[in-house]
Design a protein around this ligand. Structure first.
Ligand SMILES: Nc1ncnc2c1ncn2[C@@H]1O[C@H](COP(=O)(O)OP(=O)(O)OP(=O)(O)O)[C@@H](O)[C@H]1O
Length: 451
């Protein structure tokens, strides 16, 4: 039961709202003017105030400002007959919890009151903000699970040497983040870290992207261009999505790894590079080797040290800390002041299968934070964000069904996006090449392709 104060100079509205909300078991008080309303606030201490924008003595906005400055500020639902954008925006800007237009709809009022009250209760239960995780600086890898501790150990070893490393893991598990952490903790951290994403560069330009080209090497090569390998110098070259490296180029890259020398496209001179190579992929390179799509010798050259990054569903114990980390990040980036998650949110997050892994969790928290009103993220905000971000609201049905769920989920999102792969990839929170590889893996086809 909530304590509700209604401030409106129209008696019929006041009386019908009072009757309706009392019937719903709330404790209701009424006021016909701003002055009466403010006085009632001190004597009655409402949880929720339903406030008309136009009052005979003062503007509703002035009352709203005064109410929001109170030590135990109530949640304020503004009501008005004016459907204009400006008043709505002003009300929300001054901190109204909700804004409802007249003529009032009973269900809408009831839903708004209930939501406002539940937010208030959640906020009052929260006496202090979530403690800040120790490592919130950019580049921190969050996780204390056994599997992540294994990853940390290997990173520790890699930070002391310059060995080539291969990072394997599903999309969004943090492969690039791991590469950055290795680079920033290695002796050559003052040198650059350069990234090449093999899936983002067209096949014909990838060689030049990696090794550079000489002027006149091909049509359009109007001047000499230094490749990413040279740009990395003695630092780190991070080759993302190495599984997409065309077979022809794989041989040339292997040659470089063996001799540490390369030639620019169209060039005749050998160049040396001592940069560290870290490659990553979400594809199963062993399967690709078996299918003749990836060179076995290159595979072994790359996996001098291999890091297998576990999918998020295999380290659910990391989810609470990750969620808090992303909440702080959302606060920083979006200038929000959200203190915590409502009870029930973390178990819900731990039950989700996370096909898009940590990236999906990060996007979800950001989206729920932006859409939440008040300073607590409610379970309801999470459910909404889950539907919006992934089209899914089904909790984990168990490991065995995960692959089927992922297939079904991707198929649903593709249908929802009208088989626009770019749009579907963005809805799923994965990259376009990852989506393409999943379409292949699950043998999915659009209705037009099936014909
Ligand atoms: N353990 C973690 N702690 C904190 N942030 C993380 C962690 N893992 C991933 N992230 C964040 O999740 C997002 C995705 O991570 P990243 O780009 O490193 O994944 P990826 O495996 O390289 O993805 P893809 O295969 O699609 O390229 C980034 O914003 C990254 O900072």
């Amino acid at each position: 039961m909530a304590k509700i104060l209604i401030i409106d100079d129209e008696r019929p509205i006041l009386e019908s709202l009072e009757m309706f909300l009392t019937e719903k078991d709330h404790d209701v008080s009424t006021a016909l003017s701003a002055a009466q309303g403010l006085e009632a606030c001190t004597t009655f201490s409402p949880d929720v105030v339903i406030l008309d924008v136009h009052l005979p003595d003062h503007s509703g906005f002035e009352v709203l400002k005064t109410l929001n400055a109170l030590p135990r500020a109530p949640k304020v639902i503004m009501i008005t007959a004016h459907h204009d954008m400006e008043t709505t925006i002003t009300a929300m800007k001054y901190g109204a919890y909700d804004y409802i237009f007249k003529p009032l709809d009973a269900d809408e009022i009831e839903a708004a009151v209930e939501k406002a009250f539940s937010v208030l209760v959640a906020e009052r239960e929260c006496t202090h903000a979530e403690p800040k995780p120790e490592s919130t600086s950019g580049g921190a890898i969050i996780g204390k699970s056994e599997k992540m501790c294994e990853v940390f150990k290997t990173i520790g070893v890699l930070c002391q040497n310059r060995a080539t490393a291969l990072i394997l893991g599903e999309t969004g598990t943090g492969k690039e983040l791991i590469a950055r952490v290795i680079h920033h903790n290695s002796p050559t951290c003052n040198e650059p870290m350069i990234t090449v994403d093999c899936s983002a560069v067209v096949e014909t330009l990838l060689e030049s992207e990696l090794f550079g080209h000489e002027r006149g090497a091909f049509t359009g090569a109007v001047q000499t261009k230094i490749g990413k390998l040279e740009l990395a110098g003695n630092g780190t070259l991070f080759i993302d999505e190495i599984g997409e490296l065309p077979l022809g180029l794989q041989g040339k890259f292997l040659g470089f790894l063996e001799r540490r020398e390369f030639m620019r496209v169209g060039g005749h001179k050998w160049h040396r590079s001592n940069g560290r190579i870290i490659a990553a992929t979400n594809r199963n390179l062993a399967d690709m080797v078996r299918d003749g799509l990836f060179r076995r010798d290159l595979f072994y050259r790359l996996k001098v040290v291999t890091i297998n990054v576990p999918p998020l569903r295999e380290r659910v114990e990391d989810i609470p800390e990750l969620a808090r980390h992303f909440l702080l990040k959302a606060n920083r980036e979006m200038k929000l002041e959200i203190l915590k998650f409502q009870e029930g949110v973390i178990p819900r997050l731990m039950a989700h299968p996370w096909p898009g892994n940590v990236r999906e969790l990060e996007n979800l928290i950001l989206s729920a934070a932006v859409q939440s009103r008040g300073n607590v993220i409610l379970l309801e905000d999470i459910e909404k964000a889950l539907v919006l971000n992934t089209g899914s609201s089904e909790p984990n049905q168990g490991q065995t069904a995960l692959t089927q769920m992922e297939r079904k989920h991707i198929q649903q999102v593709l249908i929802q996006a009208g088989w626009n792969r770019n749009q579907a990839a963005s809805l799923l929170g994965i990259s376009l090449p990852t989506l393409r590889s999943k379409i292949r893996k699950y043998d999915l086809a659009s209705p037009c392709e099936k014909r």
